[in-house]
Design a protein around this ligand. Structure first.
Ligand code: ZN
Length: 370
């Protein structure tokens, strides 16, 4: 059983954003690995409270958690929520402790002032068709990553003696203060490049092209960003690689328009097809389907094909395909046709007789989208 996030942070279910932040700050300081070296229990508590904070500080995730509990994040298609790594946790600190703590708090376990460097993130865009979005897809994408060159070796930085930090004593009005700052010679790494291949850059890196396979879950939305951990640029030394951030772009579909998880399709039928009834082939994201149009079909009527839309990214079912009927009125008529319609213009069957159902049409549409 996973523990309740509210209990972990020791707050009530009605805690405000400020209260959540305050509670997390307290827990983070209490269980911080730098304060509890080698204490695995503290480390676990530290991670737990970070995870709780990650969910409860996000109004979206919080409301999902309130509604569905931990299940809300199970099998979440590669999104964060379950299992944060230490790097994610330290990256939270920017907004918790403000700039002062952000970097200087220092990541990396095992004591010492050395920082574990993380390589920079890479960003790419991926264009997807509506069909790919509906079904989910695996994309193989060529990415240019900085990778540590074979043969690059490091030696201990002499400026900081491998500590990654330099300590200074300053006389201030408050007395003598000891401040430490990241070593500028090695950037906090504690090591500097000793030897490297000729074609590598100053950090011993080489830009290499790599094909990365990206699993894109069904239901993604234009503008959404997926994270592929560890596929960004390498970090020098024994740092960890950055992430590859994939921005989703949805290609315009020829005939289908997306609205959330629902899709819309404009179907045109001729005057006679509407009067006599017909069947039509419709394109959907999972292939073609044939639908029946009853005789006497009216323009503006909407046929709802259940579950023929886009699956919800959060796993809440699948949207529908709404087929809008448009009756095509002839724009030009032959002499004979003109005579036919003139003859029929007073005919009882040609007089509009909207039924109750048609009158409340707009209410029905409103209903569908609510
Ligand atoms: Zn140094």
């Amino acid at each position: 059983m996973k523990e309740d996030y509210y209990e972990i942070l020791e707050i009530t279910k009605s805690a405000t954003a400020a209260e959540i932040k305050k509670a997390y700050r307290k827990k983070a300081i209490q269980h911080h690995p730098d304060k509890n070296p080698g204490d695995h229990e503290a480390e676990a508590l530290f991670k737990k409270s970070a995870e709780a904070y990650e969910v409860l500080s996000d109004p979206n995730k919080r409301s999902r958690y309130d509604q569905y509990g931990h299940q809300a994040f199970d099998g979440g298609g590669g999104f964060s929520g379950g299992g944060m790594n230490m790097d994610d946790i330290f990256s939270q600190f920017g907004d918790i402790f403000g700039g002062a703590f952000g970097g200087g708090f220092g990541g990396g376990f095992g004591g010492g002032g050395r920082r574990t460097l993380k390589g920079s993130n890479l960003r790419i865009r991926v264009q997807l068709t509506l069909e790919e979005i509906a079904n989910g897809v695996e994309k193989k994408i060529k990415v240019k990553r900085k990778k540590l060159a074979q043969g690059t070796t490091y030696k201990t930085c002499t400026t900081c003696n491998g500590q990654g930090q330099v300590t200074r004593i300053q006389n201030t009005i408050l007395g003598r203060m000891q401040t430490s700052a990241t070593c500028s010679a090695c950037g906090g790494l504690g090591q500097i490049v000793d030897s490297k291949p000729e074609n590598a850059d100053a950090e011993g890196m080489l830009v290499t092209e790599e094909t990365v396979s990206i699993k894109i879950p069904a239901g993604v939305v234009d503008g959404m960003q997926l994270k592929v951990s560890g596929k960004g640029n390498d970090a020098p030394g024994n740092g960890i690689p950055g992430d590859l951030l994939v921005a989703i772009e949805e290609k315009q579909h020829d005939t289908l328009q997306r609205e959330g998880d629902n899709l819309h399709y404009d179907l045109y039928v001729s005057f006679s097809e509407a009067a006599l009834g017909t069947s039509k082939e419709i394109e959907t994201v999972t292939g073609k389907v044939r639908i029946k149009i009853d005789s006497g079909a009216q323009s503006g009527k909407i046929l709802r094909l259940r579950n023929k839309g886009i699956p919800s990214i959060n796993g809440y079912g699948t949207g529908d395909l709404l087929v809008h009927i448009n009756v095509w009125t002839p724009k030009s008529l032959s002499k004979e046709q003109r005579e036919f319609f003139e003859k029929m213009s007073d005919d009882e069957h040609f007089q509009p007789k909207p039924e109750k159902e048609d009158k409340s049409f707009f209410e029905k549409v409103k209903d569908m989208f609510s």
